[in-house]
Design a protein around this ligand. Structure first.
Ligand code: 3PG
Ligand code: MG
Length: 419
């Protein structure tokens, strides 16, 4: 059922508690935390401007990082509040807690049109536990609750789900923000009835991460183009040699089932026909998880379906790019989720960049509607400077995937129905 949206509300003079996903990437610079990508903040501005214009007292709740119930100075939302003030071009207040007396006092001083940012909700372990009395505490400053945090809507946490229940219980309204509404429209309605041909591009490392999305989209898509390391699990399922490529041998049955379903439904299911491979060599450097960092040597294009014994496949090759670009150029609707290779290394970024260019081109000159399902594909598009040349980029990572799998998002389910 359709959910109430912020447009349906009368908020003049009311305290509007709005959940946003300000879980933005930060980097320490001269002892200060600096935001490296403010997209998630920028995308909430339309909802904020609407609420300000209509005279609401806006109180923003969010999480940042995974502090696991402890106060972590590096995960404070203070720098985010400062960035928001810059972007809005007006003062934004900040209070270093999200519940309690200090919060209630500060909220009591707000005037219509004022904006206040609360401290990281995850400084309390009750947030992720979706503790009911913590949710009640949060709801004390809410006459109305708005959820604009699509990126966190797959979490049933106190500030996303519990607080909506608390507000509803006492007869209050809970509405979707404009960003939430847009995300649900593009990732939901637009893909439910796509203009055809509908071409789905899926990449990333693991079949296991994407199999439910693949399964669901096989019922909608005209063509599915596969890239990233997950292509090797499909190749293994077909009996090809995969060398040292990343594979999930226990997922070959799942891969086979997807291939069979594609055939059954007449979906054009494309796997890479060539790839960029390299020989991995262990170094003495350790990554964050304590695993030896690999150095890739002897980078070359492999023109057959079997991967050389000593090599790993790390990007799609030029013939694959050409074949995929031709499909993309025919499309009227495009959904892209997941990079085509190890794009963080520029030797293996060309496949992802070429797909980004093809998607942008199809959108700009051929009138296709292109929807980018969040996470690494958004990063890749932005890195290629093409972020503004697609129809829609999701601010969700895990949330977009779960939504595309057809799951109900708890943060959305908890909102009030539209009459
Ligand atoms: C995200 O960045 O994926 C969302 O903000 C949710 O954060 P989480 O994965 O730590 O729950
Ligand atoms: Mg996440």
């Amino acid at each position: 059922m359709a959910k109430l949206t912020v447009n349906d509300l009368n908020v003049r003079g009311k305290r509007v508690l709005m959940r946003v996903d300000y879980n933005v990437p930060l980097d320490e610079k001269d002892g200060q935390m600096a935001i490296t990508d403010a997209t998630r903040i920028v995308e909430t501005l339309p909802t904020l401007r609407l609420l300000i214009e209509r005279g609401a007292k806006v109180i923003l709740a969010a999480h940042l990082g995974r502090p696991k119930g402890k106060r972590e100075a590096s995960m404070s939302l203070r720098p985010v509040a400062a960035k928001l003030a810059d972007l809005l071009g007006r003062p934004v207040a900040f209070v270093d807690d999200c519940i309690g007396e200090k919060v209630e006092k500060t909220v009591g001083l707000l005037q219509p049109g004022d904006v206040l940012v609360l401290e990281n909700t995850r400084f309390y372990s009750e947030e992720e536990a979706n503790n009911a009395s913590f949710a009640e505490e949060l709801s004390r400053v809410a006459d109305v609750y708005v959820n604009d945090a699509f990126g966190a809507a797959h979490r049933a946490h106190a500030s996303t789900e519990g607080v909506a229940r608390a507000v509803t219980k006492r007869g209050g309204q809970c509405a979707a923000g404009l960003l939430m509404e847009r995300e649900l429209k593009f990732l939901g309605d637009e893909l439910e009835h796509p203009a055809r041909p509908f071409v789905v591009i899926l990449g990333g490392a693991k079949v296991s991460d994407k199999i439910q999305v693949i399964d669901r989209l096989l019922e909608k898509a005209d063509a599915v183009l596969i890239g990233g390391a997950m292509a090797y699990t499909f190749r293994m399922a077909q009996g090809c040699r995969t060398g040292k490529s990343l594979v999930e041998p226990d997922k070959t049955d799942v891969a086979k089932a997807a291939l069979a379903k594609a055939k059954d439904r007449g979906v054009n299911f494309l796997l890479p026909i060539d790839d960029v491979v390299a020989t991995p060599v262990q170094t003495e450097n350790l990554d964050k998880k304590g695993k030896s960092v690999l150095n890739y040597q002897n980078v070359r294009v492999n023109r057959e379906l079997n991967c050389p014994e000593d090599a790993a496949g790390l990007d799609i090759g030029p013939a694959t790019v050409e074949a995929y670009a031709a499909e993309i150029a025919q499309a009227k609707t495009i959904l892209w989720n997941g990079p085509m290779g190890l794009f963080e290394d520029k030797r293996f970024a060309e496949g992802t960049n070429a797909i980004a260019r093809a998607v942008a081109e199809a959108t700009q000159t051929l009138g296709a509607k292109s929807i980018i399902g969040g996470g690494d594909s958004v990063k890749a598009l932005n890195k290629a400077g093409l972020g503004n040349q697609v129809s829609f980029m999701s601010t969700g990572g895990g949330a977009s995937l779960e939504f595309l799998e057809g799951k109900e998002l708890p943060g959305v389910a908890a909102l009030s129905d539209k009459f």
